[in-house]
Design a protein around this ligand. Structure first.
Ligand code: ZN
Length: 428
């Protein structure tokens, strides 16, 4: 595929239509273009169409397409014109008629050389801008419609051998079957963000999201965060792996509101937690926060909210989108979120950890029940719920956690969990 540099394509998705100024291909930086559409009407043009009614040529763009195909083959305007005239002589079409038609179709003045370049341009447009149909180019980028563009678009589709939907009664008629998704997939695999694909192609947010979810693992938490950011409203954008200061490491994502950074997000993935899901570094959530102090400071100085999203909350199905939307409305939500996560890692996670925890008893030296608040020896656990969840030999509840799950178990600690747990129970 021929590459075109120095293009100044401008995505107009979501812009109010009154602000949009249409540009021709030449104005965008493409080397060849079709002449503009004639403004004046010509009565000869109507007569020409009358002569062709009920024939196979009574189809918009058909003659122009055949003519351009001839021009690409013969590389001669005169020869192409005379072959075309010959084909139409049966219908009483004169040289004058054909000239008018080709002029109205904006292809008459195109040289053989320009025709070749225009074809390359449309191959590039289809492959890079990923339209599902011609009008997508007009709607997504500020390109002015021109009848010759439809001609070159159709020839380019044919050359590329792209499959299209053929059921005329369906909404997707004449759209590409898989070209757009294939193009999005390729861009994602090259590491491009969903937002960048949205800004640089004709693809809609829906199809980009759908394609992304098709090719990514549901366990891909960083991907889930990105989808949430991508789904925010138009005034927000985001970039991955952004450095806000030379002194601190990069943030996984920075969210921008009208181009100004507002939230810096870090994902605390598996490298932050051990197999039981406890913070690795010096064992407490506060220690982990402490290590992030420099990043906090940078964010504070720049008036940016610093948010950590951890693997355990994502695994539990937390909705990243609503958390981020709430923070955008009220930045103090991030601080509250941090307090909640600290409480979770200190106490509340026990309510998750007491379930399906049989393997942790293999290495446990002590366990405890946060219902009756007794410390119990692992060998005293003899009953299991569904073979997987320990049942307390004292009170009969499934509320047992072990030291091998990262807890420093004392009766006092169990009582603290008990109080937290009782508070968090739904009010009946
Ligand atoms: Zn108990």
């Amino acid at each position: 595929m021929r590459d075109f540099h120095n293009l100044s394509l401008k995505c107009i998705k979501g812009q109010p239509i009154n602000d949009v100024v249409c540009r021709t291909l030449a104005e965008i930086g493409f080397p060849a273009d079709a002449p503009p559409e004639p403004q004046e009407t010509n009565s000869g043009y109507c007569k020409f169409w009358k002569k062709l009614s009920d024939t196979k040529y009574y189809v918009c763009g058909r003659i122009e397409t055949e003519y351009i195909e001839l021009l690409l083959k013969t590389k001669s305007r005169e020869e192409s014109f005379s072959i075309m005239l010959d084909r139409l002589s049966f219908y009483d079409i004169t040289s004058y008629d054909l000239t008018i038609d080709l002029k109205y179709g904006c292809v008459f003045d195109i040289t053989a050389e320009d025709a070749e370049t225009l074809l390359d341009e449309f191959i590039y447009i289809i492959k890079v801008l990923l339209p599902s149909q011609l009008s997508d180019i007009y709607y997504s980028f500020d390109i002015e419609p021109n009848p010759a563009y439809a001609v070159f678009y159709e020839i380019a589709v044919k050359r590329l051998g792209l499959e299209r939907y053929t059921n005329i009664s369906q909404n997707n008629y004449h759209q590409f079957v898989s070209h757009v998704q294939d193009g999005i997939k390729e861009r994602i695999l090259r590491g491009e963000t969903l937002y960048s694909i949205y800004r640089n192609t004709c693809a809609t947010k829906e199809i980009i999201k759908k394609t992304f979810l098709e090719i990514t693992d549901t366990q891909n938490n960083i991907g889930r965060i990105e989808v949430a950011l991508f789904s925010l409203s138009k005034k927000y954008s985001y970039k991955p792996n952004i450095s806000l200061s030379e002194d601190v490491s990069t943030f996984d994502f920075v969210v921008y509101e009208n181009g100004i950074p507002v939230i810096a997000i870090d994902y605390w993935g598996e490298e932050y937690f051990n197999l039981e899901g406890n913070p690795y570094i010096n064992e407490t959530y506060d220690d982990m926060i402490e290590l992030e102090q420099d990043k906090d400071k940078v964010c504070y100085n720049k008036n940016i909210t610093h948010l950590q999203i951890d693997l355990r909350e994502l695994d539990k199905g937390m909705c990243v989108g609503s958390l981020i939307r709430n923070i955008l409305k009220n930045p103090s939500v991030a601080e509250r979120h941090r307090i909640e996560r600290r409480e979770y890692f200190s106490f509340a996670r026990a309510t998750d950890d007491c379930e399906f925890n049989r393997t942790s008893f293999e290495t446990a030296t002590i366990c405890g029940c946060f219902e009756c608040c007794n410390l119990i020896s692992p060998k005293d656990i003899v009953e299991w719920d569904y073979e997987e969840t320990a049942i307390c030999p004292v009170c009969g509840n499934c509320s047992i956690i072990t030291d091998s799950q990262g807890y420093n178990l004392t009766e006092e600690f169990l009582k603290k969990i008990n109080i937290m747990y009782s508070y968090s129970l739904p009010v009946k």
